[in-house]
Design a protein around this ligand. Structure first.
Ligand code: AMP
Ligand code: MG
Length: 491
């Protein structure tokens, strides 16, 4: 007798707290089934952490769920409403090509949004087709997993499915659905939507929900909406500092792409900086350099000011008083960011006991890196291992002078050389998802159906601080080209 093959349970365990919020904040909508779903990327460790069985996800039934062809028990698909400032212009938006299946409650009791991105049209699709192309979904998979491994809060990627249907962009591209996992999809833009189109009760309900979901430990005494503003500002200050420290450029920091949980979200044209230059922009649509590397902290503050504006009616019954309260908090962002950035930067130089002159030492190095067009990641890696790189910066008098000052500074470290080395090793990644490596992986996957290049890249990116031998080939720079690297929004 043939043994019956039993697929294990996937382990879906949904709650739908967002769907219990006021109805104006979302639309109930199912994903649109796709023609012939195929699983092309799956994240085993993430599945484990969520209490999901990877074998079951890989089965036909599992894939049907990840493709939006089958709604698992307990899920209640919705598209979230939001608004946002896109490159400074305020617009009504919403999940135009994504649905939230529900919130997976993990075995340890954590709550994560499970969202299908590229899952078809919704009431917020405007002129769009509700679909996503394979390349950008794989890019999101790679970059989000790389950020996670770098220790940076981020939404994550559980799986990518190809749909067997083409999407029409400039050319015809293979369609895909990404399963995104997030602490939530609450955005600055969600509050902008509620403040712009909802009632004051709805706004308050949303604020209470956000506090409970992301800041449950925050004090409920005093002005709790001021607490919400403070906590969101704190997390963003920490997040943006972490981006700056590894040279990550989000690329499209619109207010709808800033999560209130403090996670990195909505990777469109994002990329990592290679040559150090605060003006670095990769996005093809960021013509003014609004979202350049060096502008990210001030853009974050601008976005947070938009968030604070939505909270004004909750902060104080007197508008002038409310504005005063909000302004004082926004003012704090710069300082909080700067504190995180400075302590992160000195760690990159092996320094743990902050001294007054440390910032000048850092600035001198950064100025030199800019002048000699030094690679950001490799410079810090070389300093960690005491290597002299074969690049224009090394061998200059500028560098020799700076190096001497740095060595003298390290000499004033109480713990001595070994701990400086350890600190640098764990603060300076060996590998980042370099643009040419990401492109190479996407090209093989999208044009040849060859996922081995991406899998190898993901493997290397999974432990960026291990500095292992197999990572070496991923530290090399691309051949110089006359054309600057450009990323596209991925819609
Ligand atoms: P994004 O650039 O991905 O942050 O998206 C900005 C807005 O455009 C969001 O409201 C998206 O839901 C919407 N959008 C992006 N691509 C599509 C698409 N292909 N179809 C419908 N809506 C889309
Ligand atoms: Mg977005």
């Amino acid at each position: 007798m043939a043994e019956e093959k039993v697929t294990p349970e996937a382990g879906w365990n949904f709650d739908n707290s967002y769907a219990r919020l006021p109805e104006s904040l979302y639309s109930v909508v199912n994903p649109t089934p796709v023609h012939s779903p195929k699983l092309v990327a799956a994240n085993g460790p993430l599945a484990d952490a969520l209490g999901l069985n990877i074998q079951a996800l890989r089965s036909q039934q599992g894939i049907a769920v990840l493709a939006g062809n089958n709604i698992p028990e307990g899920a209640m698909p919705i598209a979230e409403a939001y608004a946002g400032h896109q490159f400074g212009n305020f617009t009504k938006l919403g999940d135009g090509r994504a649905v939230l299946l529900g919130e997976q409650i993990t075995p340890s009791g954590e709550r994560y949004d499970i969202q299908l991105k590229g899952s078809g049209r919704t009431p917020y699709s405007r002129g769009g087709d509700g679909r996503a192309a394979l390349g950008p979904m794989l890019r999101e998979f790679i970059i989000s997993e790389a950020l996670h491994a770098l220790g940076i809060p981020t939404t994550r990627s559980l799986a990518v499915i190809t749909t067997g249907e083409p999407v029409i962009r400039d050319t015809e591209l293979p369609g895909a659905v990404l399963t995104r996992v997030a602490a939530s999809h609450l955005r600055v833009g969600t509050f902008q939507y509620a403040a712009g189109w909802g009632t004051s009760e709805e706004l308050q309900t949303l604020a209470d929900y956000t506090l409970q979901r992301h800041y449950p430990e925050a004090s409920t005494e005093g002005n709790r909406y001021l607490t919400l503003l403070q906590e969101v500002i704190k997390r963003q200050a920490e997040l943006i500092a972490k981006w700056q420290l590894v040279g990550f450029i989000h690329g499209v920091m619109n207010t709808d792409n800033m999560a209130l949980s403090g996670e990195s979200i909505d990777f469109g044209p994002c990329a990592f900086m290679d040559t150090y230059d605060p003006g670095t922009v990769f996005s093809s649509i960021d013509l003014q350099g609004r979202y350049a590397y060096g502008n990210q902290p001030q853009i974050a503050a601008w976005n947070l000011a938009r968030f604070a504006e939505t909270l004004l009616p909750l902060l104080h019954s007197d508008r002038e008083e409310a504005v005063k309260l909000a302004e004082a908090e926004i003012y704090q962002f710069r300082e909080l960011f700067h504190g995180h950035w400075l302590s992160g930067m000195i760690a990159k130089l092996g320094i743990s006991n902050e001294e007054l002159g440390d910032e000048a030492l850092i600035q001198e190095l950064l100025d030199m890196m800019k002048k000699y067009r030094a690679d950001y990641t490799n410079t810090f890696r070389a300093l960690t291992f005491g290597q002299q790189e074969d690049t224009p910066m090394y061998g200059t008098e500028d560098f020799a002078g700076w190096y001497e000052k740095w060595q003298a500074r390290l000499g004033r470290q109480p713990e001595g050389g070994t701990s400086s080395y350890e600190l640098m090793r764990s603060s300076n990644p060996a590998v980042i998802p370099r643009n040419h490596r990401v492109e190479e992986a996407l090209h093989a996957a999208v044009t040849q159906g060859d996922y081995s290049v991406m899998e190898r890249l993901l493997g290397v990116l999974a432990s960026p601080y291990s500095h292992s031998a197999d990572q070496l080939e991923y530290t090399t720079l691309p051949e110089p080209t006359s054309r600057p690297y450009r990323t596209f929004c991925g819609t």
